[in-house]
Every structure is written in structure tokens, then in C-alpha cells.
Ligand binder design. Structure first.
Ligand code: HEC
Length: 202
């Protein structure tokens, strides 16, 4: 009888330990820049050590052109984790936890020994961040949905998102990406302007 009670007690302890381990597993961040308790997103600390997927260059045509002169006026450099690229090249889709950081910076154009109009990045303007979520986490948050977490950050605060609702602040502008996406792309991946990242297709 006593032995049986000891076994039951032992089983109970094991059950508690296993449950605890599973729960802490659940809390384990699936992406480096997500608070798993609140769903808050921040700009990943070390994203400049990741790889640059591609760069978009902007040449203004409005009154800024008169003010700044012709050339490149803004750069958008998109970074991701090295393992995201490796996964994409193998499976043709973004993995759960893939982070895309679009860093916006001002640019200056000048004559250099390589050419008459050469642009280079100067100061950071802010960041747009996407985190791939294949499991539909944080359903109550207006920054999570359609397979991604969506967030905008100003240059002075990479830890607090300034966007409030991805459905009105992000999605309308990403609808054109869907027409341009590879036909076979997973639905959520069609939100991404992936033609701008030729390295994905290697
Ligand atoms: C004014 C339209 C517009 C808005 C608003 C917008 N995007 Fe984008 N986004 C784009 C375009 C166009 C690109 C690619 C070209 C570029 O950056 O100029 C892009 C690219 C991105 C990228 C790089 C990956 C990709 O799809 O190519 C991220 C990350 C991103 N956007 C996140 C967001 C988030 C998060 C929001 C909302 C907070 C948002 N965007 C709002 C138009 C927009």
C-alpha cells in the first residue's frame, strides 16, 4: 500500500514536471522579437547582422525633388534571418517565425569616381516589421492576422510599435503584391513583394 502511494506520488511529480516543461515550451519565443505573453513586437536588436534580402530605392518626383535635387532620396533595405532564406530556398515558403525588417533611411546622391549620380544611405527614418505566424497566434490583437504580425516603428523608438491596426494601415498597400506573387505561393506569402528579392528564387 505504502509503495503504491509512493508510486502515485512519483507519477504526480513527473506529470507536474512534464506539464511545466510543455508550458514553458509554449512560452518559448518562436521569433526573436516577439513578447510571447502580450504579442508585442519590436525591431530585432541584431537585425543588421542578418542578411539583406534586397533594397528598394526611391527617387522623389514631387516638391522634394526641387528641394533635394535629382537622384535617390530614400532607401528601403529588407533584412531577414539567414535560416529564413535557407528555408525559403528549399521549401518555397516563409517558415513560422520568419522576420522581415524593412529599414527606411534617407539617402543622398552625389558625384563620385564611379559615376555622376551615386546614392548612399544616411539617417534611419524607421522600420516596418513583419513576423510570419503559421499558427494564428494573438487573435485578439489588431497587429496580428492574415498569417503575419505587422508593425511600424519610428526611428527614435525601436521597441514600441506606432501602428494600431494592420487591416487599415498595412493591408491596403500590400494588396498589389498578391497579383505579383508567384502563383504557387502560400496564401500568406502573397502579401510580400517577393519579386524584389531575387535571392529567394535561387
Ligand atoms: C504606402 C503603402 C504601404 C503601406 C502603408 C505599407 N506598406 Fe509595406 N510595403 C509597401 C511596398 C510598395 C513595399 C515594397 C517596396 C518599397 O518598400 O518601397 C513594402 C514592403 C514591406 C516590407 C518588406 C517585405 C515586402 O513585402 O516586400 C515589410 C516588412 C512591410 N512592407 C511591412 C509593412 C507593415 C508592417 C505595414 C503597416 C504597419 C506596411 N508595410 C504598410 C507598401 C506599403
Amino acid at each position: 500500500m505504502r509503495q503504491r502511494m509512493i508510486s502515485i506520488a512519483l507519477l504526480a511529480v513527473v506529470a507536474i514536471l512534464v506539464t511545466g516543461a510543455m508550458m514553458s515550451e509554449d512560452k518559448h519565443p518562436f521569433a526573436p522579437n516577439v513578447d510571447m505573453t502580450t504579442g508585442a513586437i519590436r525591431v530585432p536588436d541584431n537585425y543588421t547582422e542578418w542578411l539583406a534580402l534586397g533594397t528598394w530605392t526611391h527617387a522623389h518626383t514631387d516638391e522634394k525633388l526641387d528641394k533635394m535635387g535629382p537622384g535617390i532620396h530614400e532607401y528601403h533595405v529588407v533584412y531577414t534571418q539567414p535560416e529564413t532564406l535557407a528555408y525559403y530556398q528549399q521549401h518555397r515558403r516563409f517558415p513560422d517565425g520568419a522576420v522581415l525588417v524593412k529599414e527606411l533611411s534617407n539617402a543622398k546622391t552625389m558625384a563620385m569616381t564611379t559615376g555622376p549620380a551615386v546614392g548612399h544611405g544616411t539617417t534611419i527614418k524607421g522600420w516596418f516589421v513583419l513576423v510570419r505566424d503559421t499558427e494564428g497566434r494573438f487573435k485578439d490583437s489588431r497587429l496580428w492576422g492574415d498569417g503575419w504580425a505587422w508593425s511600424l516603428f519610428n526611428a527614435d523608438d525601436p521597441t514600441h510599435t506606432v501602428s494600431k491596426d494592420y487591416k487599415t494601415e498595412c493591408v491596403p498597400c500590400h494588396i498589389p503584391a498578391r497579383q505579383l506573387a508567384p502563383e504557387k505561393a502560400v496564401d500568406a506569402d502573397k502579401w510580400i513583394y517577393s519579386f524584389g528579392y531575387p535571392v529567394l528564387q535561387k
